[in-house]
Design a protein. Structure first.
Length: 287
C-alpha cells in the first residue's frame, strides 16, 4: 500500500500527489526542507526543526505558509496515517508555481508557496548495527554555495559527494574548504581528542544541525568538553575518534578518513556513548 502524503493542505495517496512543472522548486531549486526523525511513533527535536525552517524561509524572503501548530499537526497526522514507528518526516516548501519560468521571484500575494510532506519508514533507525560499527569517509573540496546555513533543496553537489564516496567504498564524504573540514554531505563532522569534542563553529559555512545542538548539550552528561573550531583532515586522521551527526544518523562513528584509520579503526567508545545518550534523551523528549 502506498503512502498518504501531504500537498498544500490535502492528504492524498502518493500516486495522486502532484506539483506543477512550473514549480520553482523544480525549475530553480528555490525551496527549503527539513527532515525530522521519528522514534516510537513520536517526533524527535521537532521544535528545533520548526525553528530552523522559519529561519531558512526568512533568509530567502519566503513567507511562512503554515503555523507551528499546523506543522506539528500535519507531521503527527502523517506519522499516524502511515503507521510510522521508526523513520522520518520529510518537509519541503518552495516559492510555488508562478505559471511560467522566470528568474525573478513571483509576487507572494499572487503565488502561494508549495508545501509538501511525506514519511519514510526506517525500521532499525535507532538500533542500527551499521551505524554502531561506524563508517568510512573520504574528503572532497567543498564546492557548494556560501549560504550553507540555509537548508535549501540544492542537493546536487551533496549527491555527487555521496556517489564519489560510494565509488571509493566509503559511506560518506567530508567537505574541505581552505584546508579545513566544513561538514559532511548531509551531516555535521566532529573529532574527539581526550575528553574534548571538536567541531566547526556555527557560521554560513555549515548547516546549523539540530542534532549537533542536542549532542553538544549532552556532552557534559558524557563527561566531555566542547571546543568549537575548524580542523584539518590530517588532524582528524590523528584524532582519538571521529563521528557525524544528523537527524537520520543520530551519532555515527567515523572509523576511517581517506584510507587512514582513526584511532583503533573501530567505532569509538565516546561516540557510541554520545549516540546512546542522544537516543535515550531524544526518546524521552519526543512529542
Ligand atoms: N541533512 N549538514 C548538512 C549539509 C545536512 O544536510 C544535514 C542534515 C546536517 C545535520 O543537520 P540535522 O542534525 O539538523 O539533521 C548537517 C538531512 C538529514 C538530510 O538532508 O537528509
Amino acid at each position: 500500500m502506498g503512502r498518504i502524503v501531504y500537498v498544500n493542505g490535502e492528504y492524498l495517496p502518493e500516486e495522486e500527489a502532484t506539483v506543477s512543472i512550473f514549480d520553482r522548486g523544480f525549475l530553480m531549486a528555490d525551496g527549503v526542507y527539513e527532515v525530522t526523525s521519528v522514534l516510537d511513533g513520536k517526533l524527535i527535536d521537532f521544535d528545533g526543526h520548526a525553528a530552523r525552517l522559519a529561519r531558512s524561509l526568512a533568509e530567502l524572503d519566503m513567507a511562512q505558509p503554515i503555523s507551528h501548530e499546523e506543522l506539528l499537526a500535519v507531521h503527527r497526522e502523517l506519522v499516524a496515517r502511515n503507521g510510522i514507528d521508526e523513520g522520518l518526516v520529510y518537509l519541503q516548501i518552495t516559492r510555488g508555481n508562478p505559471g511560467d519560468r522566470d528568474f525573478v521571484f513571483p509576487d507572494p500575494d499572487e503565488t502561494a508557496p508549495t508545501v509538501v510532506m511525506f514519511t519514510q519508514s526506517k525500521p532499525g533507525l535507532a538500533d542500527n548495527p551499521a551505524a554502531r560499527a561506524g563508517i568510512k569517509v573520504i574528503s572532497l573540496p567543498d564546492l557548494r554555495w556560501h549560504r550553507r546555513d540555509i537548508k535549501t533543496v540544492q542537493l546536487l553537489y551533496p549527491s555527487m559527494g555521496k556517489m564519489a564516496a560510494k565509488a571509493a567504498g566509503a559511506g560518506d564524504a567530508w567537505f574541505v574548504e581552505d584546508g579545513k573540514v566544513t561538514e559532511g554531505t548531509s551531516n555535521n563532522a566532529y573529532i574527539v581528542k581526550g575528553n574534548r569534542i571538536i567541531t566547526r563553529e556555527l557560521s554560513n559555512d555549515i548547516l546549523h544541525g539540530i542534532t549537533r545542538a542536542a549532542v553538544l548539550r549532552f556532552a557534559a552528561e558524557a563527561q566531555m568538553e566542547v571546543e568549537e573550531r575548524a580542523f584539518t583532515i590530517e588532524e582528524a586522521q590523528g584524532a582519538d575518534e571521529a563521528f557525524i551527526t544528523s537527524a537520520t544518523t543520530f551519532v555515527t562513528p567515523v572509523i576511517e578518513i581517506d584510507g587512514v584509520k582513526v584511532g583503533t579503526g573501530e567505532a569509538g567508545p565516546k561516540a557510541l556513548r554520545l549516540r546512546e545518550i542522544y537516543i535515550e534523551e531524544s526518546r524521552k523528549a519526543a512529542i
